[in-house]
Design a protein around this ligand. Structure first.
Ligand code: 25A
Ligand code: L14
Length: 337
């Protein structure tokens, strides 16, 4: 990429991730010449504010990408499948937040802390992994570097903003209905059942093996990012009535016996990780620690009682930031280095 400042397009700018893209690009002073905000016809003509300037949102179409250097996509997989090719044909590099291309052989799937070198092989599209996967691998990589990880058992506690802006509206609306209107039954719109006062073991569609697509993303994407298909992974992904940040209970089995002290030290020194772990003083991370912040927080590190070389830990991260927009902007920063 020649110039020192870049033309950036954001597809899905009015969504949950899109808004965070704007604030992260601004905060990190990404060198931007022109910013082109794109969304559906519903948002065309509205304005967004970037670096103190009001910019009009345009409708995403085949001609949106003339002169664009980097196109950040977060408008859902079907939009990515339809429009990413136009961005690539216009000479832009696409960094895609959707699940559309993640498992394609010629598309690198990147978490900079883990596999930034894989960016080099890109052919115009780089994929941003699923949010729960990103948050988990940031915490697992430092352990893997001490001793190869053989097996992972993970349960997630995913916030409603993982389902986009409409997920947040749905939780707010249901809580208001229950608290203000004293109505204990509400009709779900985007979640399969009521999310207020509830916990739902169902994210994305079910596959024939009884796992959901969200659970299988954690398996396939972790293999690809870590470059190790031999890791045995089993996931249960669950929606909880929390606005932002995903939490994960992770059990890791390593090849060798690794001490808790070694793990703590490795995580303390790891890029993108904050260790918040002192059970004697009741210190552990929660979603209120991670929300609005960039790092992945780890605590509750202890020997697993059911596996010889097993470690259990609690991992929390803001899935709109490290799980989505921040990770994508970090990929863009690698590209222009
Ligand atoms: O397919 P995937 O990959 O599984 O992703 C599905 C969705 O998950 C979110 C993201 O939703 C994505 O669309 N998502 C993905 N990864 C995520 C992650 N890691 C993640 N969320 C959290 N963490 P979103 O709400 O964040 O963003 C949606 C954006 O996409 C734009 N969009 C939709 N259709 C489009 C389109 N852009 C171009 N062309 C299209 N055809 C969408 O813009 C938004 O920016 P918008 O203009 O449609 O929405 C503006 C506001 O309008 C409201 N709204 C949404 N749908 C409807 C609606 N209003 C009326 N009718 C509707 N059907 C919303 O309130 C929105 O804020
Ligand atoms: O694959 O609903 O990136 O929490 C991540 C968020 C899929 C949906 C992805 C959610 C999306 C998921």
């Amino acid at each position: 990429m020649g110039s020192k400042e870049y033309n950036i397009a954001i597809a899905g700018v009015t969504g949950a991730v899109g808004r965070v893209f704007l604030s992260i690009l601004e905060q990190r002073k990404f060198p931007i010449k022109n910013l082109i905000p794109l969304a559906s016809h519903r948002s065309a003509g509205k304005t967004i504010t970037f670096a103190g300037e009001e910019i009009e949102v345009r409708e995403l179409n085949a001609d949106s990408f003339k002169g664009i250097d980097i196109a950040l996509f977060s408008a859902g997989a079907s939009r990515s499948k339809e429009y990413a090719k136009y961005a690539v044909d216009s000479g832009a590099v696409v960094i895609d937040n959707s699940s559309a291309f993640r498992l394609d052989d010629d598309v690198p799937l990147i978490v900079p802390e883990v596999n930034r070198r894989d960016i080099d092989g890109h052919k115009g599209i780089i994929a941003n992994p699923n949010c729960t996967t990103i948050i988990m691998v940031v915490a697992i990589k430092p352990v893997y570097d001490i001793s190869p990880v053989k097996r992972i058992v993970v349960s997630t506690y995913q916030s409603v903003s993982g389902a986009g802006a409409t997920g947040m509206t749905e939780l707010e609306d249901q809580l208001r209905e229950i608290i203000c209107n004293k109505n204990s039954k509400v009709i779900p719109k985007i979640f399969p059942v009521q999310i207020a006062n509830n916990v739902i073991p169902h994210i994305d569609v079910f596959y024939d093996n009884g796992y959901t697509k969200e659970e299988m993303k954690m398996v396939y994407e972790t293999h690809k990012i870590m470059g190790d298909d031999s890791i045995k992974i089993s996931a249960t992904t669950v929606r909880v009535p929390v606005m932002t940040s995903h939490s994960e209970s992770v059990m890791i089995e390593t090849e060798d016996n690794v001490s808790i002290e070694q793990i703590r030290k490795a995580l303390e020194e790891a890029e993108g990780v904050v260790l918040k772990d002192d059970f004697a003083n009741e210190v552990y991370p929660t979603t209120l620690d991670s929300s609005g912040n960039d790092d992945v927080y780890v605590g509750r590190i202890r020997k697993d009682l059911s596996a010889e070389n097993g470690i259990s830990m609690w991992v929390v991260g803001d899935q709109l930031r490290k799980g989505a927009a921040l990770n994508a902007v970090q990929i863009a920063e690698e590209l222009i280095k």
